[in-house]
Design a protein around this ligand. Structure first.
Ligand SMILES: Cc1cc2nc3c(=O)[nH]c(=O)nc-3n(C[C@H](O)[C@H](O)[C@H](O)COP(=O)(O)OP(=O)(O)OC[C@H]3O[C@@H](n4cnc5c(N)ncnc54)[C@H](O)[C@@H]3O)c2cc1C
Length: 223
């Protein structure tokens, strides 16, 4: 395992990219930057994935509700979000099968109009996933829903569809460790407290970062 003091020391080097926060966003950016040959460093105030990124619902999903929003609000951005997320769902499942698996979800139907509404919506979800689809969505008769969920009130059936489920904090850590292996710097318990500017004043070029508990000057590449 990499020596912490050595990592602190390496933070003095110039970097192309300094990332604040070691949650899903920071870890993903660190990994992508490292793959693209950038010299990147990440600092995390507490522990990697200790924030929202270890407390999610752990769904690896395209976002059925974003698809609904895309139609209700005629919002192309929501639509694109679903297409991109369905793509990423497959990427993560292929790259980290030990951390992700398919998960069957059932939407129970209580009103007659919900049957065509959810059936069509989830078929569209399948269609958008294309070759990256998991299992096709399907209508479940009321008896099957009652057998699966005996505590539910009487339904008109349900629609079953598949999304993914993943170990959020383990994936987070895997990205950080993989980037470290490829030469990136990643430090936990390192809270960034100040941007250091050349000459100390506003408008100066960014030349470093201050950290809580350390009088430290790192040198991200000036820009
Ligand atoms: C209830 C809930 C359920 C969710 N369910 C899902 C789901 O099922 N599937 C899904 O894909 N997404 C889900 N999400 C969304 C997902 O969890 C977030 O989008 C994601 O975790 C955000 O990651 P992040 O890295 O941006 O933020 P965080 O995980 O919050 O990371 C930010 C990090 O920055 C650090 N930090 C802050 N200030 C500093 C500083 N000055 N110096 C150094 N470090 C600092 C913090 O300590 C923290 O670790 C859910 C979100 C919520 C709230």
């Amino acid at each position: 395992m990499t020596d912490r003091e050595a990592l602190w020391e390496r933070l003095r080097e110039p970097f192309d990219l300094l990332i604040l926060g070691g949650g899903a966003t920071g870890a993903g950016v660190l990994w992508e930057a490292t793959l693209r040959g950038l010299k990147a460093a990440l600092v995390e105030a507490r522990d990697f994935a200790s924030g929202t990124s270890s407390r999610s619902t752990k769904l690896l999903h395209g976002g059925v509700r974003y698809l609904e929003l895309a139609f209700k609000r005629l919002d192309r951005r929501q639509f694109k979000l679903v297409v991109d997320a369905l793509h990423e769902r497959k990427v993560v499942m292929d790259l980290a099968p030990h951390l992700a698996r398919p998960l069957t979800l059932v939407t129970p139907l209580f009103r007659p109009l919900e049957i065509p509404y959810y059936w069509t919506g989830l078929k569209l979800y399948d269609l958008l996933a294309g070759k990256r689809r998991l299992a096709p969505s399907r209508y479940l008769p009321p008896e099957e829903v009652a057998r699966l969920f005996p505590d539910l009130p009487k339904t008109l059936g349900g629609v079953a569809y598949q999304d993914g489920q993943f170990a959020d904090f383990r994936l987070n850590l895997a990205l950080v460790l993989s980037a470290l292996e490829r030469g990136a710097v990643a430090l936990n318990h390192a809270e960034a407290t100040a941007l250091l500017l050349e000459g100390g004043g506003c408008g100066g070029r960014w030349c470093g970062m201050g950290f809580r508990g350390r009088r430290w000057r790192s040198s991200p590449r000036p820009w």
